[in-house]
Design a protein around this ligand. Structure first.
Ligand code: SAH
Length: 364
């Protein structure tokens, strides 16, 4: 396996599908993570980019079978943060040197929602100028909506494909949720010029290591700039996990799989941004640090006011539910320092891959 690792460290996209599967099932985590970490060091050095996450609202038109804020879940209070309130949270990120903000919500397609988001984006650009990153994570939309938000000043978009296997996609979504449309949305985002991110959940019921190896192939084929992945976690009110509780061993296995996916993705795609997601932290207090040590280079601390957080539980045990943003900020920089890395305060943290993509397209 060492020659495979050496090859992967030496050259991006050099692993075959079989080699990706072999690495995902390899039991030497320490060596796998060390090789992925070496690739990250060569690309970005020991630096972590931050994006403050504002969870704008939990109204959702979708009914994804795994998700805690799915439309049919009546066990939570629905909210939408006022635009001015959202602007206050984004300004807090800007003033505290977070470098960029992510606006996330359930999926709503309506003229009112489009205008609401546009107003927030324009408001952020007014106080922050261009040096501050604005990422959107607002689900499937028509291309003209994506275009309006880009025009208003957003420049990154995250839309997870959830799984690149259309059959598994159909198994974890109700009828009417279209894999094809999600794919087309990703293509629209790229066409429009967004820095585009996607990702998957790892350890879904019925998902194989072959599926995960193919997911990594999908990221490469889509020429993505950013990857956000995390272990699937049961939610008590979601049909995919109804009544299901993972044992301590199963939790550990989910965390491990999430970390291995980060590592193999980093070994395959050297220059993309990879987030160490909150789902890792839900499984282990040091899950995000472990994500950074397995090759991730981005953290997305929650900056939503604490009063809203209990109603944005996509899965059980979502961490930091009652920890205010100031406390999160201090805790986070300590955590980053504890593994010998530093936060890139005040930097947008654009993915290296995006710059190369743009330079290449200009050269051709
Ligand atoms: N509706 C928006 C925002 C989604 S929430 C969109 O589609 O982009 C962000 C991510 O949370 C989802 O893409 C999904 O991958 C993840 N998620 C939802 N439920 C989850 C669960 N039970 N376990 C782990 N991750 C989950």
């Amino acid at each position: 396996m060492n020659t495979v690792l050496q090859k992967a460290v030496g050259q991006a996209q050099s692993l075959s599908r079989e080699e990706r599967i072999a690495l995902l099932s390899w039991d030497n985590d320490a060596e796998l993570f060390a090789a992925a970490y070496a690739v990250k060091m060569a690309q970005t050095g020991p630096r972590v980019s931050l994006r403050g996450l504002v969870e704008l609202g939990n109204y959702c038109a979708k009914d994804c079978l795994y998700c805690g804020i799915r439309k049919s879940n009546r066990e939570l209070e629905r909210y939408l943060i006022e635009a001015d309130e959202a602007l206050r949270m984004a300004r807090w990120c800007y003033e505290r040197g977070y470098g960029s903000v992510v606006l996330q919500s359930g999926e709503i397609e309506s003229p009112a929602h489009t205008a609401y988001v546009e107003r927030i984006i324009r408001g952020i650009r007014e106080f922050a100028g261009d040096s501050f990153g604005i990422t959107l994570c607002l689900g499937e939309q028509e291309e003209d909506v994506y275009s309006r938000w880009l025009e208003a000043g957003a420049h990154r978009y995250l839309l997870r494909i959830e799984t690149s296997n259309p059959r598994l996609y159909a198994a974890i979504h109700p009828p009417g949720h279209s894999f094809q449309r999600r794919l087309e949305c990703l293509q629209s985002l790229k066409r429009l010029g967004y820095q585009t991110g996607s990702g998957v959940m790892c350890g879904l019921p019925g998902q194989s290591l072959e599926d995960l190896a193919d997911d990594i192939g999908f990221f490469a084929d889509m020429d993505l700039d950013m990857i956000g992945m995390g272990p699937w976690l049961p939610h008590p009110d979601a049909p995919l996990s109804k009544g299901m509780k993972l044992s301590a061993e199963q939790n550990a296995a989910q965390l491990r799989l999430g970390l291995k996916m980060i590592a193999v993705t980093r070994l395959f795609l050297h220059d993309v941004n990879i987030a160490a997601t909150t789902a890792l932290q839900a499984l282990d207090g040091r899950g995000r640090e472990q994500g950074l040590q397995a090759g991730a280079n981005v953290l997305m601390p929650n900056v939503t006011d604490v009063q809203y957080r209990k109603n944005y539980q996509l899965y059980e045990n979502k961490p930091c539910l009652d920890e205010n943003s100031e406390k999160c900020r201090n805790c986070l920089s300590q955590r980053v320092l504890s593994i010998g890395e530093q936060v890139s305060w005040g930097e947008r943290g654009d993915p290296l891959h995006f710059h190369k993509r743009i330079v290449d397209s200009k050269a051709n």
